[in-house]
Design a protein around this ligand. Sequence first.
Ligand code: BG6
Ligand code: MG
Length: 214
Amino acid sequence: MSLPTFIFDLDGVIASTEKFHYSAWRETCLSFGYDLTAEKNDYLKGISRTASLKLILGWSNTEISNEKFEEVLRDKNELYLNLLINLNSDDIILGVDTFIITAKEKNHKIALCSSSKNAKFILEKLDIIKLFDVIVDGNDVEKSKPNPEGFSLAAKLSNTNSENCVVFEDSEAGVSAANQIDMYTVGIGTSEKLNIANRVCENFKEIRLKDFKI
Ligand code: BG6
Ligand code: MG
């Protein structure tokens, strides 16, 4: 069997940006009188901007026109991008960069599969975009996680069978997507929602490259 390809999610796995998504959504929701709790926000992890707003409108029993829908999405993204102004390599999640560099030295392919349309911008800001052989982001797919389209594309572009891919994800939607096409899934974090992954680790300090020798 060939070397596994490693596929990384971005928000919450590589970059500590989930807190900024939450702040921006919270402020956006308050503008139409809805208080987005951290528990509800957990359901937004991994899914697209559009899918997030649809869920929020359902929870808050809010109806808006298509025009307003697009306006709210733009506003949320503007708030989010403002929070990223000072983002830099200090915002890389502990240990993930070292893991990627070690894996590259051993000839593993490195891919990104993120639902974010801001993924390349963030990787540039973190100064790690060059580490990725393949990047699939929210601009490349029609159906975002939990649909496996993005992971299938990442595997195809990496010339790897999906069974030979290892996925690192912090969201239930992401783990579920990769599980559907028989990728080996590693949940990163402490959420019970990650228990559907093949393995769960609190962070990259618990993970060694030799764990994935086949
Ligand atoms: C995912 C995040 O990676 O990207 C979600 O987990 C976010 O919280 C989604 O909503 C879309 O991101 P963006 O940057 O395109 O709004
Ligand atoms: Mg994530």
